[in-house]
Design a binder for this molecule. Structure first.
Ligand code: ADP
Ligand code: MG
Length: 569
């Protein structure tokens, strides 16, 4: 073997490791789910690569995961014969964190830590899928040996998680990756680290990784410990393995065969979220475009929902073969938070992202998924108001982007949207409910945009509406400023800003007499203010304030103006 190098973790990686070592999360069992999930990913990748590259010198005969326990040495090893990693892969993938939003995550984590004085933001961490590093919750040393499929030289990586790791070449590593955890000393108080118990490990695998589509094997329980197995020889030990998981693809099973709990575990596996989803959506389509979909609405928005490179959450399979994560062709951007799996029957395994964007079948599937999500939300709105409110609070701002991006489904998106309004101080309203409260003679759906509810409520523009008992929508999200210009109306009623142009409230009481009386004043004001306003006119729209500034129908709102100015336009 060659020389041992000692390298430093990138600083964000180091911070995350510190959090892991100091046990951030009380459910430590999940480290095993993370390792099995990585092994499963590695097998998926190898199968796909072997399919695409017929020249690849890889062994794909018996792809599987194996978990080995050693009670004496207090180690747990998770081994796969998948794609493996080269030396550079290991340095890039394990030594650094390339994931977007990690800095943001660490900042939030720190904030929540300060707030809760020590009990660190447990739920935050799940959203990032810290994956491999979760090993350091239970281990004080981790060894990884890997060989990339189709190459000759292996690599050995080792670290105690404290700032540095060592890396060296190894001559005879088997294809794939083996991760060995040297468990921390047993903790008498809670026996937390009893991960050498085959029963315990088996139970964890069943609970978290049952649906993994590859066999996860362990030594048969009751067949003695690993020392005995050694004595009987490698041959005998190999025959005593058994598969622990059921390996069934959940999306291909009928609904009543699968429990909610199984769906939830599956969701956690694909989303890296540690809490249950808000809603599970299943679809089966037969006929020309045969596919199955299993989608989830999370119960909480990820921290990177509004970051530029936020990922789409749907995985694509073709006939049970994993093809890609984050399949943007399957879900419109405004529904990027939807997680799940789509398994299409008639696509080529060779599809690329570019091909998918053009594919008629994929586009048809995407339309169906989108419609299904919208109809699910509509049902939720009427049948489980509380659940809907949670959904809207977390994802409403993203959904409203759809009003701009997706003119085709605009009406349906409006249908499942809700807005703050003058009708209630805290409860939002649907547009349907708004319509049902419209006064006789009220022509439009009125809205006001602004920075906050308080600014809008204190604005003189609202006075005349309040006086007439007309409800006004209070729109305070930046995206609101954009869609109100693009969307003309809902169910035959148009949207009308309270702050623009001549709002015709049907009873302009400014008589000719009044006009004559104020003519001189208006003329003088117009001249004096000619630099700043276009026109000064008499109005009955105010009841207590003496005057207000209104925009022309086509003008930018003050908030938009500010946004554009901030962008330097
Ligand atoms: P994630 O799985 O979310 O990408 P992890 O921290 O679990 O994050 O793993 C980081 C990366 O290390 C993976 O994306 C993968 O490229 C690589 N990796 C981890 N475990 C394995 C493995 N058993 N075989 C091959 N690559 C692996
Ligand atoms: Mg992982």
């Amino acid at each position: 073997t060659g020389s041992v190098e000692t390298l430093e973790f990138q600083s964000e990686a180091r911070q995350l490791l510190q959090l892991m070592i100091h046990s951030i999360y009380s459910n430590k069992d999940i480290f095993l789910r993370e390792l099995v999930s990585n092994a499963s990913d590695a097998l998926d990748k190898l199968r796909l690569e072997a399919f695409r590259d017929k020249e690849l010198q890889a062994d794909t005969d018996d792809l599987h995961v194996e978990i080995q326990l050693d009670e004496q040495a207090r180690t747990v090893t998770v081994r796969d014969n998948g794609i493996g990693m080269s030396r550079d892969d290991v340095v890039a993938l394990i030594g650094t964190i390339a994931k977007s939003g990690t800095a943001e995550f660490l900042r939030k984590l720190k904030e929540s830590k300060e707030e809760s004085k020590g009990t660190v933001g447990q739920d935050l961490i799940g959203q990032f899928g810290v994956g491999f590093y979760s090993s350091f919750m239970v281990a004080d040393k981790v060894t990884l040996v890997s060989r990339r499929a189709g190459t000759d030289e292996g690599v050995r990586w080792e670290s105690s998680g404290e700032g540095t790791y060592t890396i060296e070449p190894v001559a005879d590593a088997p294809q794939g990756t083996a991760v060995t955890l040297h468990l921390k000393p047993a903790d008498d108080e809670d026996h937390l680290y009893d991960y050498t118990s085959p029963w315990k490990v088996r139970e964890i695998v069943k609970r978290y990784s049952d649906f993994i589509t590859w066999p996860v094997r362990m030594a048969k329980t009751g067949s003695g410990d690993s020392a005995d197995a050694d004595a009987e020889g490698a041959e005998a030990a190999a025959t005593e393995l058994e598969t622990v998981n059921s390996m069934k693809a959940l999306w291909a099973r009928s609904k009543d065969e699968v429990s909610d709990e199984e769906y939830h575990e599956f969701y956690k596996h694909i989303s890296h979220d540690w809490s249950d989803p808000l809603e599970t959506v299943r679809m089966q389509a037969e006929g020309t475009f045969e596919y199955q979909a299993l989608l989830f609405l999370p119960s909480r928005a990820p921290v990177d929902l509004f970051m530029r490179d936020a990922k789409r959450g749907v995985q694509l399979y073709v006939k049970r073969v994993f093809i890609m994560d984050d399949c943007e062709a399957l879900m419109p951007n405004y529904l990027r938070f939807v997680k799940g799996v789509v398994d299409a029957q008639d696509l080529s395994l060779n599809v690329s992202r570019e091909i998918l964007q053009q594919d008629r079948q994929i586009r048809a599937i995407r339309r169906r998924l989108e419609k299904k999500i919208l109809s699910t939300l509509k049902t939720m709105m009427t049948e489980d108001a509380e659940k809907y409110e949670t959904f809207w609070r977390e994802f409403g701002r993203a959904v409203k982007e759809g009003l701009l991006d997706d003119p085709e489904n605009r009406e349906q998106i409006l249908e499942i949207s809700s807005f703050a309004s003058t009708n209630h101080a805290t409860k939002e309203t649907s547009l349907r409910d708004y319509l049902s409260r419209m006064k006789d003679g009220q022509e439009h759906i009125y809205y006001a945009t602004g920075e906050s509810r308080t600014t809008i409520e204190n604005s003189p523009h609202l006075e005349a509406f309040a006086a007439k008992g007309y409800e006004v929508l209070i729109l305070t999200d930046p995206v609101d400023e954009m869609w109100v210009d693009a969307v003309t109306g809902f169910d035959g009623k148009s949207f009308q800003s309270v702050a623009k142009g001549e709002v015709d409230l049907g009873d302009d009481k400014t008589s000719d007499e009044q006009k004559a009386e104020y003519a001189d004043l208006l003329k003088w004001m117009s001249a004096t203010l000619s630099e700043t306003v276009k026109e000064v006119r008499l109005s009955s729209r105010l009841t207590t304030s003496p005057s207000c500034v209104v925009g022309d129908a086509g003008d930018l709102t003050p908030t938009l103006e500010k946004m554009y100015r901030a962008m330097g336009q």
